[in-house]
Design a protein around this ligand. Structure first.
Ligand code: SAM
Length: 324
């Protein structure tokens, strides 16, 4: 306890330990309402916040013609809201919301608060009032995952973040052009002016389209079954080269949340041509990221398995080489 309290607000007159300080602070962000800012320099993988939902409802089943049955969502949200303490209700009602021009003035405030701020969490949709203050960027420096066992959303730094820098996540899929992203963001009621939307828009669009296509194209080319024909081997060698370009491209575009996915492709593409050294190095880089994201995820476990396998194959090759 004393170690924790030394680092926090230990007050000898009032011996109440408030726990370690938060690594972020909430304050106004230019043109975006409130935002969340780093209170310290953060390294990749550092946890920014862990939060348990105050309201959690089952994700609505997709019904033909009414893909998002909002009336049912509102009903469930209201039921949960009524069961909250007055403080928790106040925290929910203080959140920002956006209504579209076509929505009537009688719009249910709680419903639109939920729509503007909620996140998918496994099979549910949840309201997390602390996380709800994080603004969007199309080149975010943070990401998050849902821990079902702990009923907790975990937000972590996906890039290095300097003290004072605003923390950002993405509200939408990022492998879209500027125009496509803006269409998806319209329901939040803002025009995105993040660095990806403001600078080198065409270059960024081209990169994102190429990355999206590469992710799809590689999907069917990641089997580790032995290659039998010369054509298949030639194709695999070309793929290994192309996978290096993919890894470079996601990094050039600064899409940290896709690095691990690209590194996995690069690793497997090299393993397919038995080029074990790069296969092991890329797999290990992917594993490191997946582990930082969520050490217990199936992605992390798969990357652990691949990394061990590729390192063992690399060692084997070196052993065979030295014995001949
Ligand atoms: C989930 S809330 C984020 C926190 C919010 N800024 C607040 O004050 O509570 C989403 C809303 O924040 C604003 N917002 C988020 N990202 C933004 C951005 N990149 N540019 C401008 N406004 C943004 C929009 O009003 C959006 O509807």
């Amino acid at each position: 306890i004393s170690a924790t309290c030394k680092a926090s607000s230990w007050q000898p007159q009032h011996p109440v330990c408030t726990g370690p300080p938060e690594v972020y602070e909430v304050r106004p962000s230019n043109g975006k309402g409130l935002g969340v800012f780093a209170a310290y320099d953060l390294e990749i993988g550092d946890i920014v916040m862990r939060e348990t939902p105050v309201i959690k409802i089952p994700r609505p089943t997709v019904v033909k013609k009414d893909p998002y049955p909002m009336s049912e969502v509102y009903r469930l949200v209201l039921k949960e809201f009524e069961a909250l303490s007055p403080d928790a209700q106040e925290a929910v009602l203080s959140l920002t919301y956006h209504t579209s021009a076509t929505e009537s003035e009688t719009i249910n405030e709680l419903g639109v608060i939920f729509r503007t701020n909620a996140y998918n969490t496994g099979n549910n949709i949840s309201l997390l009032p602390k996380m709800a203050r994080i603004n969007h960027s199309c080149r975010p420096n943070s990401d998050y995952y849902w821990n079902e066992k702990l009923n907790t959303q975990v937000v972590y730094a996906s890039r290095k973040i300097k003290k004072g820098e605003e923390l950002s996540v993405s509200y939408i899929s990022l492998l879209l052009t500027h125009q496509e992203r803006q269409k998806d963001l319209d329901r939040y009621g803002f025009t995105c002016s993040c660095e990806a939307c403001n600078q080198e828009r065409e270059v960024s669009d081209d990169r994102r389209i190429t990355i999206r296509k590469a992710f799809t194209d590689f999907e069917s080319q990641l089997s580790l079954e032995p290659l039998t024909s010369e054509t298949a081997k030639r194709q695999a060698r070309n793929n290994a080269k192309a996978s290096l370009q993919l890894a470079e491209l996601v990094q050039e575009e600064g899409l940290a949340i896709y690095y691990a996915r690209a590194f996995r492709i690069t690793a497997i593409s090299h393993a397919r041509v038995e080029d074990w050294e790069p296969a092991a190095i890329w797999a290990s880089r992917g594993y490191e990221l997946r582990y930082m994201e969520d050490p217990e995820s199936t992605n992390a476990q798969e990357m652990h398995h691949l990394t061990s396998f590729f390192i063992a194959s690399w060692e084997n090759t070196l052993r065979n080489r030295s014995s001949t």
